[in-house]
Design a protein around this ligand. Structure first.
Ligand SMILES: *[C@@H]1O[C@H](CO)[C@@H](O)[C@H](O)[C@H]1NC(C)=O
Ligand SMILES: *[C@@H]1O[C@H](CO)[C@@H](O)[C@H](O)[C@H]1NC(C)=O
Ligand SMILES: *[C@@H]1O[C@H](CO)[C@@H](O)[C@H](O)[C@H]1NC(C)=O
Ligand SMILES: *[C@@H]1O[C@H](CO)[C@@H](O)[C@H](O)[C@H]1NC(C)=O
Ligand SMILES: *[C@@H]1O[C@H](CO)[C@@H](O)[C@H](O)[C@H]1NC(C)=O
Ligand SMILES: *[C@@H]1O[C@H](CO)[C@@H](O)[C@H](O)[C@H]1NC(C)=O
Ligand SMILES: *[C@@H]1O[C@H](CO)[C@@H](O)[C@H](O)[C@H]1NC(C)=O
Ligand SMILES: *[C@@H]1O[C@H](CO)[C@@H](O)[C@H](O)[C@H]1NC(C)=O
Ligand SMILES: *[C@@H]1O[C@H](CO)[C@@H](O)[C@H](O)[C@H]1NC(C)=O
Ligand SMILES: *[C@@H]1O[C@H](CO)[C@@H](O)[C@H](O)[C@H]1NC(C)=O
Ligand SMILES: *[C@@H]1O[C@H](CO)[C@@H](O)[C@H](O)[C@H]1NC(C)=O
Ligand SMILES: *[C@@H]1O[C@H](CO)[C@@H](O)[C@H](O)[C@H]1NC(C)=O
Length: 743
């Protein structure tokens, strides 16, 4: 009877365990059978002149464009009469191909992206009423970078719910982002609290499981796992500190084609963007900030743009122009061949790791004067940018990781190089390296991932640039990302990418024309047919048009948001996106929805030659929203905007600890109740269960230091350009454990 009870408890646990998965599902599987590369190559190699999409991408986008999207256009703008057109007379053979690109910028960018997507979503009633809701449904591509990749990964791995369900949870299929649990210190500022320690144990358990199969890890791996707790779908507030789910481990990016909304062609084709730094360049660890060695021209810069779709990983840049099957990402190939028939790696393409790679900012990046600014400095053991507690937590986790496993480069995402020794790509910077060092997609200053959408083979007509960069004072954008993308395309990528439409010549002009603080359309007046460039709709994060105090211009390193802040954040973004811009006013433009419809459909006109005339409504819209290099607007038309962030919830932090202490009280009461009701045997079983749970964390418990190591505050490392402070963890072991196979 006793034994029976015990066994059935175990069996039940086994079943549920199998369903929930475990955090060790983060481990890739090595030595897997490879496809026969003679018949099923793992690489696609091409040149800018014969570049082609993966056949599955081509098929997916085409099917969606021809079967789903026509109905969605009909739902959105009907026959076009409200904007002065009769669409049936357009003889449309193919609707415009539209992409949305969401910038980096941490939680700020993820929330800004979420707010914009919601304001374009026909499922949102007020967006639908305003006429903007519907654009998302006719979109073919969705790219994300860094913080923008978190919303991108999140929305797919949750089967494309509404933003409200995604961010706040719906109590059923979505659990919400839990942004009020700080990203690196979810149990609060004491990194040595029991819950924080158990949680770091869980994170490290995932990372060890990957390192244990012999794949080099780095700080990107624990970072990826931290991100997964918020943006993937298996973590709720109730199970945050438990190990009763895999917390997103094992959720593969290559599995996106299995989600129901993909199978029905209901969702755009997703792209996550990252950069790669030349291996061995050590772009940071030996950095002297005053040195000019790395003062690089952001345009002719040596990094390459990498993209990760649910099908492929690779780069369209002319010097690479090659893609590897993402299912086998993490496999080292030599001139396209695996080392042997069973030398393939699978399960490397963990969605958390894809989001972490895109947001791997630890090696720094370019600041306004194009010099490298390092964040993680392993020589001094410091990390910049993060606040004191997050910095402490990240250094602590890294030190425990390094105490057990060697990493290659601590501050980048380490990817085995599938492009090694590619004979046709001798000019690729890393052709002779066994590894790739991938870094934050914004490292070359292209913070809005529009580059992938300018690729010729994709043939986009309209690209929405969702820009939550922090370029200038008060963390607003100044257009530097688009300026960089445009000049990178002009100088390096003409063979592989379409041209950029005319823009303000530089960031100063972005600011003086006010284009950095309101929606603007670029490329409205092409000189050729077919048009020589796509239209770019620019949607910068900007102050509330009604003159309210802004809450959306937070710092990139703000890693927790009280719920009230997130709500107000999304509300402000929504109001600005549906509200457009009226010069010299603080009221929304009631016609902005129509103007968005005009610009979205405009390229359909060019399917006949000469194009039918623009309607008068659309002509009016284009006058109001199009950038005209010969008739510049002025920032002075942006009246009554408040620029300075005002914290909407100064009590937020105490609300967090309030929640935690409440849940602890509930926990204790629960235990007392159990003790009263159940007999001694049950107590024994409970104890066994708890011991088992703790045993699962034994690795971190062994490493647990009872005494907090002293943190040293170094004023001399203070970065004078910002108010960031640098923290150092002084007792991190220098010598890392090197697994046998790496010695
Ligand atoms: C791979 O396919 C080719 C072409 O069908 C065949 O000649 C070769 O034997 C196959 N290799 C293996 C290991 O099966
Ligand atoms: C493109 O051209 C290159 C070199 O001419 C060739 O090796 C490659 O197979 C071609 N790729 C495709 C997809 O046609
Ligand atoms: C659309 O096709 C019809 C019939 O072929 C033709 O009469 C009409 O001129 C076309 N419209 C445009 C705008 O080209
Ligand atoms: C819960 O979510 C599932 C899957 O999305 C859905 O089928 C079901 O209808 C939802 N239940 C409720 C009560 O909303
Ligand atoms: C969560 O993600 C996994 C992996 O993608 C998927 O199998 C599962 O259905 C998802 N759950 C929900 C509720 O979307
Ligand atoms: C699986 O997850 C559910 C929901 O979080 C939880 O109730 C259950 O206890 C978990 N099972 C195990 C074995 O941890
Ligand atoms: C990068 O660091 C390694 C190891 O310290 C060193 O051997 C190499 O020369 C460095 N490369 C450059 C370009 O400084
Ligand atoms: C950019 O970084 C360099 C080197 O670290 C520094 O000298 C410069 O002041 C920084 N510029 C800005 C605008 O932060
Ligand atoms: C990846 O390779 C497997 C095995 O050959 C194949 O079934 C799958 O379609 C490939 N995926 C892509 C995106 O090429
Ligand atoms: C195949 O290659 C892998 C990776 O290089 C290696 O670990 C494995 O031992 C090799 N297997 C055989 C059968 O040679
Ligand atoms: C590079 O690839 C070529 C062609 O497959 C091969 O002959 C050569 O041995 C490879 N070089 C290395 C260093 O593996
Ligand atoms: C310049 O733009 C303004 C609106 O921004 C418009 O009223 C004016 O007519 C334009 N002037 C010319 C010459 O196009």
């Amino acid at each position: 009877m006793l034994l029976h009870h015990y066994l059935s408890t175990l069996a039940l646990a086994g079943v549920v365990y199998a369903i929930n998965g475990t955090v060790t599902d983060y481990a890739p599987q090595i030595n897997q059978a490879c496809p026969n590369v003679t018949t099923d190559p793992l690489l696609r190699v091409f040149t800018p002149l014969n570049q082609s999409l993966h056949p599955d991408e081509e098929e997916y986008v085409h099917t969606r464009l021809t079967t789903v999207i026509p109905n969605e256009w009909n739902n959105w703008i009907g026959n076009g009469s409200a904007i002065g057109y009769n669409l049936s007379a357009f003889n449309i053979t193919s609707f415009p191909k539209i992409g949305i690109a969401i910038s980096g910028g941490g939680y700020r960018a993820a929330q800004y992206g979420a707010g914009v997507l919601s304001a374009f979503d026909a499922r949102n009633e007020s967006a639908k009423a305003a006429g903007t809701g519907g654009l998302l449904q006719v979109t073919s591509y969705l790219s994300g970078l860094s913080g923008g990749s978190w919303i991108t990964g999140s929305i797919y791995m949750n089967d494309f719910p509404t933003i409200k369900d995604l961010v706040y949870g719906n109590g059923n299929s979505t659990q919400g982002w839990q942004l009020n649990l700080p990203l690196a210190t979810p149990d609060g500022t004491d990194v040595f609290s029991r819950e924080n320690q158990l949680w770091y144990g869980s994170i490290l358990w995932s990372v060890y499981s990957k390192a244990g199969v012999g794949i080099d890890t780095s700080l990107t791996d624990p970072w990826a796992r931290m991100i997964s707790y918020h943006f993937l779908n298996q973590t709720s507030r109730a199970n945050f500190f438990s190990n009763d789910s895999a917390h997103g481990a094992g959720q593969l990016w290559s599995n996106v084609p299995l989600i129901p909304s993909w199978q029905q062609h209901q969702v755009p084709f997703p792209i996550i963007q990252a950069d790669s730094r030349p291996v061995g360049s050590n772009l940071t660890t030996v950095l002297d900030p005053a040195s000019t060695v790395y003062e690089v021209d952001p345009v002719s810069h040596f990094e390459s743009d990498q993209m990760i779709t649910p099908l492929e990983f690779g780069s369209w840049d002319p010097q690479l122009s090659a893609m590897v099957n993402i299912t086998y990402g993490g496999t080292h190939l030599n001139n396209g061949q695996p080392d042997n028939d069973t030398a393939c790696t699978t399960f490397f393409d963990q969605t958390g790791f894809m989001m972490g790679t895109s947001a791997s900012l630890f090696n720094g990046g370019l600041n306004d004067t194009h010099a490298y600014k390092q964040i993680l400095d392993r020589v001094r053991n410091t990390i910049q940018g993060f606040d004191q507690n997050a910095a402490k937590a990240i250094l602590l986790v890294l030190s425990r990781q390094l105490a057990k496993f060697r990493t290659r480069a601590d501050d980048v995402a380490n990817w085995p190089n599938p492009f090694y020794n590619l004979t046709s790509k001798q000019s690729f910077q890393d052709v002779n390296s066994d590894w790739l060092e991938l870094i934050d997609g914004s490292s070359n200053q292209e913070n809005v991932p529009v580059g992938q959408q300018f690729v010729r083979a994709r043939g986009l007509d309209v690209i929405v640039a969702v820009d939550a960069s922090s370029d200038i004072q008060n963390s607003w954008p100044n257009g530097s990302s688009l300026v960089t993308s445009a000049s990178r395309i002009t100088s390096l990528l003409q063979s592989s990418h379409r041209s950029f439409p005319p823009l303000p010549g530089n960031t100063d002009q972005f600011v003086s024309t006010g284009v950095n603080m309101r929606p603007t359309f670029f490329g409205c007046f092409p000189q050729q047919n077919p048009p020589e460039y796509p239209i770019v709709i620019y949607l910068p994060n900007s102050p509330p048009l009604n003159g309210d105090d802004p809450v959306t211009n937070t710092g990139t390193f703000q890693l927790d948001y009280p719920l009230a802040h997130t709500q107000l954040f999304l509300d402000q973004v929504h109001a600005n996106v549906i509200g457009g811009f009226v010069p010299n006013a603080n009221s929304p433009d009631p016609n902005f929805g129509k103007c968005l419809q005009c610009v979205a459909i405009d390229r359909a006109r060019y399917q006949v030659n000469p194009p039918p005339a623009r309607s008068s409504i659309c002509t009016q819209c284009f006058q109001q929203y199009c950038f005209d290099p010969n008739n510049l607007t002025s920032a002075s038309a942006l009246t009554g905007r408040k620029l300075q962030f005002v914290n909407p919830d100064p009590e937020g932090v105490s609300a967090l600890s309030g929640f935690l202490s409440q849940s602890k009280v509930a926990l204790i009461l629960g235990f007392i109740g159990l003790l009263l009701v159940v007999a001694g045997l049950s107590v024994f079983l409970l104890w066994r269960k708890r011991r088992a749970r703790e045993a699962e964390y034994h690795k971190v418990m062994q490493l647990h230091d009872e005494d907090e190591p002293p943190f040293v505050h170094h004023d001399q490392y203070r970065d004078s350009s910002t108010s960031e402070t640098v923290y150092e963890l002084s007792d991190v072991p220098d010598t890392a454990y090197v697994p046998e196979e790496h010695r």
